[in-house]
Write a protein that binds this ligand. Structure first.
Ligand SMILES: [Zn+2]
Length: 120
């Protein structure tokens, strides 16, 4: 498989930067929701069962967004140092289709599967 061209690299970098903007907006919104719900919960003193459930849900989404954001930032670092598009596990080029769907992917599908199965 060929290396990514400068143009392709720039396209991926642009998408990664756009993802960062979206993610940070999302986190801000979720944080506001979580804080707002906490306020309600204090007023309801003890009867905030569903509130605390949805607050937990917001916090879970924040955590997921934050970890995606970290991966996006790491991918942008790799764009800078020239290792973008190569698998962290086996150093093989990551498939272009995979990068199109997931520009912050840090490993190839085979290594990702191994990781998910807990074998890596
Ligand atoms: Zn790999």
């Amino acid at each position: 498989m060929k290396r990514l061209s400068a143009k392709e690299l720039e396209e991926h970098a642009a998408r990664l930067r756009a993802m960062l903007v979206l993610l940070s907006g999302d986190i801000d919104r979720l944080e506001e929701e979580a804080i707002g719900e906490r306020g309600i919960q204090i007023d309801a003193s003890g009867e905030g069962g569903t509130d605390s459930y949805s607050q937990e849900f917001s916090l879970e989404l924040i955590q997921r967004d934050e970890s995606t954001m970290r991966e996006v930032l790491e991918a942008l670092d790799r764009v800078k140092n020239g290792s973008y598009g190569f698998c962290e596990g086996c150093q093989a080029p990551i498939g272009k289709e995979r990068l199109k769907h997931m520009p912050h992917a840090r490993n190839c599908i085979a290594c990702q599967r191994k990781e998910e199965e807990g074998l890596a």
